[in-house]
Design a protein around this ligand. Sequence first.
Ligand code: AP5
Ligand code: MG
Ligand code: ZN
Length: 213
Amino acid sequence: MKKMLIMGPPGAGKGTQAESIIKYYNIPHISTGDMFRAAISNKTEIGMLAKKYIDAGNLVPDEVTVGIVKERLSKPDCKNGFLLDGFPRDIHQAEMFSDMLKELGISIDLVLNIHVDHEKLVNRIIGRRICPKCGRTYHITYNKPLKEGICDDCGTSLIQRKDDNVDTVKNRLEVYSHQTEPLINYYKDLVVNIDGDRDVDVIFEDIKKVIGE
Ligand code: AP5
Ligand code: MG
Ligand code: ZN
C-alpha cells in the first residue's frame, strides 16, 4: 500500500515527513505547492497565473491544479506508488481526483492526516527556511541547519517562502479550516491520524508502522 496522500494544516510537517517517506519507500513526492513554486521561479505561464493566489494564501483555480496533477501521475515513476502532498485540497478537487483515478486505473490506499494545534503552526511557518535549490526544509529553532542560513545538503543560501508571513498564514489557516479539513471526513475510510506535535523522527517511526514494509 504505497499510493498515499499526506494531509494536514499549513506547517503540520507534510513536507518534512514527505522527505523521509519518499527516501525510505523510494516513491515520488508530488507536492502541488512545490510544483507551483518551481513554476513561479521558472516564470512559466502556470507560475504567473498561480503566483497571486499563493502570495495571498488562497487556492489556485482547479483547472490549473488538476491538470498538473494528472500529468504528473501519468508518468511511469508513479506506477509503484507515490505520495501526494497538498492535493486534493477541497471537496471539489477530491471529486475531480476520483474521476482522474478511475481514468488512470489507480486507487489510493492510505491517507495520512498529520494533526497539530493551530496555535503552534504560526511559529513553525514563520521560522521555516527552505533551500531554493534542493527543496530541503529547515526551521530556525526546531530543525536548524549545521551552519546558519546554509543548506546542509547542497551549500545553497536558505530563503523564506513569500507566503510565510503572519498575514498570509492567517488566511491559509482559514482556507484550510473551511475548504480542506472537510476532506478528513470525505476520506474517513482511508484516514490514519498522526500526532504531529512530537519530534520529527518519532513521527516518522509512527508513519513507518502505519505504512508497513
Ligand atoms: P503548500 O506548499 O501545500 O503549503 P501548505 O499546505 O500551506 O503547507 P506547508 O508547506 O506550509 O506546510 P507543511 O505541512 O509542508 O510543513 P513543513 O514540513 O514545511 O501550498 C502553498 C500554496 O500553494 C497554497 O496556499 C495554495 O495557494 C497553493 N496550492 C498548493 N496546492 C494546491 C491545490 N491542491 N489547490 C489549489 N492551490 C494549491 O514544516 C513547517 C515548518 O515546521 C518547517 O520549518 C519544519 O522544519 C518545521 N517542522 C516540521 N515538523 C516539525 C516537528 N515535528 N516539530 C517541530 N517543527 C517541525
Ligand atoms: Mg509543504
Ligand atoms: Zn539544498
